[in-house]
Design a binder for this molecule. Structure first.
Ligand SMILES: C[S@@+](CC[C@H](N)C(=O)[O-])C[C@H]1O[C@@H](n2cnc3c(N)ncnc32)[C@H](O)[C@@H]1O
Length: 202
């Protein structure tokens, strides 16, 4: 069982999230976006990576409120590729990141296996990473490992869909990591977003 941080405490610690996206993004609820916005507004990330950018609704909500972001990298699979989980088959976008394609800060990396085609040398060091791609066990483990390799000290990794019964592997992987590693990953109450802050190296 993963530790849960009360919602009001989260926003007291990390600041307000700002106005929820309008219209509300399809895959990521306003309460989830608020967590990402709070991290953005408090820590002013320069480089953000979103694994599973889909059409870019969350990216659009974040970028519209974050002039400090200089580079936003979205990763996804090619339209003809099939995600690992059948429940995700309808999620593959015809054009990944299309909603933010005109923003010069955005780079979209699309390939048949998405993030699995990328190693840590293919992505820049990042201040904020949002993992929302392949929700299978192997997919979440791969993306977690990849994110931990590229996150800057003091940077933040967020996982979407903790507690979503349609994709139970997300919860299982995070609970398993916490059991082995000692509860470094925390859920924000009332959301399906978990986060981990990478420690500063001394
Ligand atoms: C739930 S949707 C993401 C929603 C998006 N993050 C948002 O907030 O609007 C999941 C996305 O992950 C993508 N995906 C599936 N497998 C992937 C992989 N191996 N690497 C990267 N993206 C993947 C899907 O094509 C889909 O666009």
């Amino acid at each position: 069982m993963t530790a849960c941080l009360a919602r009001d405490w989260f926003f007291r610690l990390f600041g307000a999230g700002g106005s929820p996206a309008d219209p509300e993004p399809v895959f990521t609820g306003a309460q989830d976006i608020d967590v990402l916005l709070a991290f953005s507004q408090t820590f002013h990330p320069r480089t953000v990576v979103e694994i599973g950018i889909q059409r870019g609704t969350t990216a659009q909500a974040i970028l519209a409120r974050a002039p400090w972001i200089s580079s936003y990298i979205g990763v996804d699979i090619t339209p003809e590729s099939l995600p690992t989980l059948a429940v995700q088959h309808d999620e593959v976008p015809a054009r990944a990141g299309e909603l933010v394609a005109s923003d010069p800060r955005v780079t979209v990396r699309v390939s048949p296996q998405g993030s699995r085609d990328l190693g840590s040398d293919d992505l820049p060091p990042a201040d904020l990473i949002f993992i929302d791609g392949d929700h299978s066990e192997a997919g979440v483990l791969y993306d977690t490992e990849l994110a931990r390799r590229i996150v800057r000290p003091g940077g933040i990794i967020c996982w979407h869909d903790y507690g979503n019964s349609l994709v139970p592997a997300v919860t299982q992987v995070i609970d398993g990591l916490n059991q082995v590693e000692g509860d470094h990953i925390c859920l924000v109450e009332g959301t399906v977003v978990c986060f981990e802050i990478r420690r500063q190296l001394t």
